[in-house]
Design a protein around this ligand. Sequence first.
Ligand SMILES: Cc1ncc(COP(=O)(O)O)c(C=O)c1O
Length: 459
Amino acid sequence: MKTTYIDWICQNFDFPQPPFSVNNNQLYFKGINLVELHQEYGSPLRVSYLPLIQERIKQARNGFKQAFETLHYVADYHYGYCTKSSHFSFVIDAILEENCFIETSSTFDIEIVNKLYDAKKIDVNHLIICNGYKTDSYLTAIANLANKGFKNITLIVDDYHELEFIEPLLKNRLKIGIRIATDEDPKFEFYTSRLGVRIDKIERFYLDNIHGSKKFSLELLHFFINAGIKDNLHYWNELNKCMECYLRLHQLQPSLKGLNLGGGFPVKNSLLDNFSYEYMIHEIVKTIQESCDSKNVPYPNLYTEFGSYTVAESGFILYQVLAQKKQNDKERWNIINSSFITTLPDTWSINKRYIMLAINNWEEEYERVLLGGITCDGDDYYNSEQHTNAIYLPKYDHSKPLLIGFFNMGAYQESISGYGGIKHCLIPSPKHIIIDKNHNIKVFAEEQNANHMLKILGY
Ligand SMILES: Cc1ncc(COP(=O)(O)O)c(C=O)c1O
């Protein structure tokens, strides 16, 4: 009896599981038949499925609401989105529909804020948190926004020079947050993050630059762990250190009432991942609460600026296997009709894994393969799942085109690889479609054409 791909998936994973289902040996995503999608739009095909953005926002808000209620934590929770995870206008529109605040990282991000204001999508009361390293142009753009009347624009101090530079540019008072430079996970190559102010320098910095200032008021302490929000010793240690710092600052400025927990909420990279977001939120709120109770300090309003968590699940990409090359007895290369380096750069640069599934041929026997891209680069490949050192797909048969999908890839990939522009071996950017809550489909971008690339190259 042959063991089929569907048998293999069902034996190894809890499957079907949302948003996936299989019917008639074809994969469905949120009820959308991906084979039919491929028939209509071809591949490589980048898909943005917008309703999942709003689902995630609601999930996190519910988690905080429940934790606040259970723990009797009386304060506000603010959900923010860091634009750097995906700057597309349709993503920003989706998060604004949910009334999220915006976190910016650079000068051009402030241009996005200006555009949203001109289009009346936000007004001067919208909360804008400005993070990241501040160049002179970024600081000037922040000052201009504050001078335009944006009341809730908040500069998060990343480096010591920022307040000195911006002060003379300001007509109005500016809200300030200070980012703690956290200590990295012991496995990291360096000890303390380059981002933010060293924890033992924060009080001095506050006293020298903010305390008693007519231009600045301290609103937030900002805390972001590079390794992400994880239920491990490192995270809880850093959160406790952050709370000690918050309590010391609160003593100096009793009106301080905000704590920004940054981003870093996890996203499934395998069908085996199963995060309890509600548990993590509950534990975080409890840790903050216990800390505040120990010194009788009011509970801070909490802010998060989840990037990957907000947008990753909304993105997936479909490829077709063009051919199979058997290079020796053991290694079969399925060659996809695009490139991993250019469409999923994190697979190549940080060895990131994604949920990867066949779209069709689920009734076929399965086989172990390697996946190769069509650039000439030897590193343009994908060869393992997160949980195993291998990839399994339905057996390749030239007469039955094999389609595959990579899921939860909606964050950072275009910002890192570039969108359009020049690509390795001039492999074009894929066609990109958007699916809305009514499953209406819009083509956002056609596949990049040769003229587009050659023009940039000066031809
Ligand atoms: C300050 C800050 N906030 C939020 C984020 C978003 O992180 P993630 O996409 O992991 O949620 C980052 C990521 O680098 C960050 O530096």
